[in-house]
Design a binder for this molecule. Structure first.
Ligand SMILES: Nc1ncnc2c1ncn2[C@@H]1O[C@H](COP(=O)(O)OP(=O)(O)OP(=O)(O)O)[C@@H](O)[C@H]1O
Ligand SMILES: [Mg+2]
Length: 106
């Protein structure tokens, strides 16, 4: 499943939610890929720090801030993962639009 945590408003908890959903899915045994679509890179930094302290071990994380690259990379690699969580930046961006297009509709 591809899930996007997105909002054009900044600072509302998107990255916190994305990291926790990814961690919860990983702890349930799912192969998870966290995609950071924000040029701030907070999700990627958080996963890096937590991996070093052996938390959230096993969560793959990549950053793609360009919408076209994000869309093509996620579509190319999605069969490797059971769950893909995309954290989008707090503004309208090509990455947010691409993420919404490729996400599953719940
Ligand atoms: N459920 C919550 N309750 C209280 N504080 C929260 C909650 N979720 C996130 N926060 C805090 O709110 C702040 C912003 O959170 P976060 O970075 O996740 O937001 P964001 O939407 O990703 O921001 P940005 O738009 O800059 O990417 C952080 O200090 C975080 O610890
Ligand atoms: Mg964020």
């Amino acid at each position: 499943m591809i899930i996007t945590i997105g909002n054009t408003k900044g600072g509302v908890g998107k990255t916190t939610l994305a990291i926790n959903i990814a961690a919860a899915r990983a702890m349930s045994g799912s192969d998870v890929w966290l995609v950071d679509g924000d040029r701030q890179g907070s999700a990627q930094i958080a996963i890096g720090i937590r991996s070093e302290s052996n938390q959230h071990k096993g969560i793959a994380c990549s950053q793609y801030v360009d919408g076209s690259v994000l869309r093509t990379q996620v579509l190319q690699q999605k069969s490797k993962y059971q769950d893909i969580v995309i954290d989008a930046g707090g503004r309208d961006s090509t990455a947010l639009r691409a993420a919404l297009i490729i996400s599953d509709v719940l």
